[in-house]
Design a protein around this ligand. Structure first.
Ligand code: FRU
Length: 473
């Protein structure tokens, strides 16, 4: 393949029915992981795994958007196109770092052997750079890191950060001997030459912890270090880890001398059906924020018939409280609010419609009056009936999504629900309970008009609903 992007071959969106209003999506074509999150010369930059020629996964490019405020996004030219000797099969996921006024991207070169077998490949780590944040050049010395001898072919998704004047990189990997997931760490003083620090943590068991850990991320939050990664192959447990793969986190300590990460057992970051491959960054005011991919896993997405596929989650802030990682929509999203927002104080016995002009592009906030919340429910429906329902019963939260199977997801809170915060876009719902103690991320596909309702038995609450606008430049 020649390393050239052909705009004439780009697939076009043929129907707007499921297009998101304020989530990052492609202009046409397939999207998966968020990549290269950074703040450079006055803009937030977000890149994404992109196949511009069809609404299916294919040779990966890096799509690119930027924003001044995390809310209004501008599409930029494709940043990375596969086809160099080290990335013939795709420019896979990776990260960004700024050094001396230059934006550096680190990405995985994915390469197939000549045997027509998509499961037979090699992977290495590569670098690219840009001085204007728009046009990127691949580094002439690529690859900067080759697959180590004790690794299988799974060796991808470099995340780079700076610590005490040195650069560190974590890479998702699988060890050759046990075929288990692990994270390799590397160290550099100049971003070009990297020395191996070996595995810093690894899976002990395929079913419990997975056989390959994708998209690792490691950062300090408050007084602890947090590891985020996306293990493949973990077995579902009752009411937990129910997706094909999930984003897990561990809170602990990274020992930079001994090169090991010691942390708590994996927990899920989000409990919804569609959440994967997160990446974090620090904002200029030191908030740790992330985006994820609203992943369908093995399901078809309805918008694939319309020439596009997939979107990122909203930007969300991570906070660590009582050893638990919480995630909340960033405060900048309030800029999307157009109308509504009047606070209604209600005592609810039974069901009530939420009166809002456009229930499908809306933000909902519910606050409960202390005490033990016994039973509260929020739902949206279309002309065929119920689409999504969230039910809080004491500390137990159950989410229902319309479908023929696998409709339910669960979370258990440490205390009964005090507040529920929901963002609905054309084809997604993100729900945050108790200031992000639990979250659910969902795609949905509506036919006809969407309406929202709440139901409760003798519950007193404050309700606010805003109509939201578009997040395009
Ligand atoms: C995660 C992932 C990454 C890889 C990329 C390829 O969804 O499989 O591990 O780099 O997607 O598109």
């Amino acid at each position: 393949m020649k390393e050239e992007f052909n705009p004439d071959k780009m697939i076009k969106v043929s129907n707007e029915r499921y297009r998101q209003w304020y989530h990052i999506q492609t202009p046409g074509g397939w999207l998966n992981d968020p990549n290269g999150l950074c703040y450079f010369k006055g803009y937030y930059h977000v890149f994404y795994q992109f196949h511009p020629y069809s609404a299916e996964w294919g040779p990966m490019h890096w799509g690119h958007v930027r924003s001044k405020d995390l809310v209004h996004w501008e599409q930029l030219p494709i940043a990375l196109t596969p086809g160099a000797p080290e990335d013939k099969g795709g420019c896979f996921s990776g990260s960004a770092i700024i050094k001396d006024n230059r934006l550096y991207l680190f990405y995985t070169g994915h390469n197939y052997y000549d045997d027509n077998d998509l499961d037979h490949f090699w992977e290495n780590q590569n670098m690219a750079y840009s001085d204007d944040g728009i046009i990127f050049h691949k580094y002439a010395g690529n690859p900067i890191i080759k697959t180590p001898a004790d690794n299988t072919q799974h060796f991808r998704d470099p995340k780079v950060w700076e610590h005490n004047g040195c650069y560190y990189m974590v890479v998702g990997s699988q060890d050759k001997e046990n075929k288990l997931g692990r994270i390799l760490m590397y160290k550099s003083t100049d971003l070009e030459h990297w020395e191996s620090c070996g595995p810093i943590i690894q899976s002990h068991n395929r079913d419990a912890e997975g056989w390959m850990w994708e998209c690792p991320d490691l950062f300090t939050l408050g007084s602890a270090d947090v590891l985020l990664c996306s293990p493949m192959g973990m077995k579902s447990q009752p009411e937990q880890f129910m997706n094909l793969s999930q984003v897990c986190y561990s809170v602990g300590h990274l020992d930079y001398q001994q090169h090991c990460f010691d942390g708590s057992k994996f927990r899920e970051l989000d409990h919804g059906h569609n959440f994967y491959a997160t990446q974090t960054m620090l904002t200029p005011d030191n908030r740790r924020i992330f985006f994820g991919w609203l992943s369908p896993f093995n399901e078809k997405m309805a918008e694939q018939a319309d020439g596009w596929a997939g979107s990122l989650t909203l930007p969300r802030e991570l906070v660590l409280e009582d050893g638990q990682l919480k995630n909340r929509p960033v405060k900048e999203l309030a800029q999307l609010r157009q109308t509504g927002g009047t606070k209604k104080h209600l005592t609810l016995n039974g069901e009530a419609q939420v009166s809002i002009k456009d229930a499908q592009h809306a933000e909902y906030l519910f606050d409960f009056d202390g005490g033990n919340l016994t039973d509260f429910q929020w739902s949206i429906s279309d002309q065929r009936g119920l689409l999504i329902k969230i039910n809080c019963q004491g500390a137990k939260v159950t989410l229902y999504r319309r479908g023929t199977q696998d409709q339910y997801r669960y979370a258990t809170l440490t205390a009964p629900a005090k507040n529920v915060h929901i963002f609905v876009d054309t084809s997604s719902v993100e729900c945050f309970i108790n200031d992000g103690t639990a979250s659910f991320t969902e795609r949905y596909y509506a036919t006809g008009k969407v309406t929202a309702a709440i139901a409760a038995k003798g519950v007193t609450l404050d309700e606010q609903a805003y109509v939201l606008g578009k997040g395009e430049e």
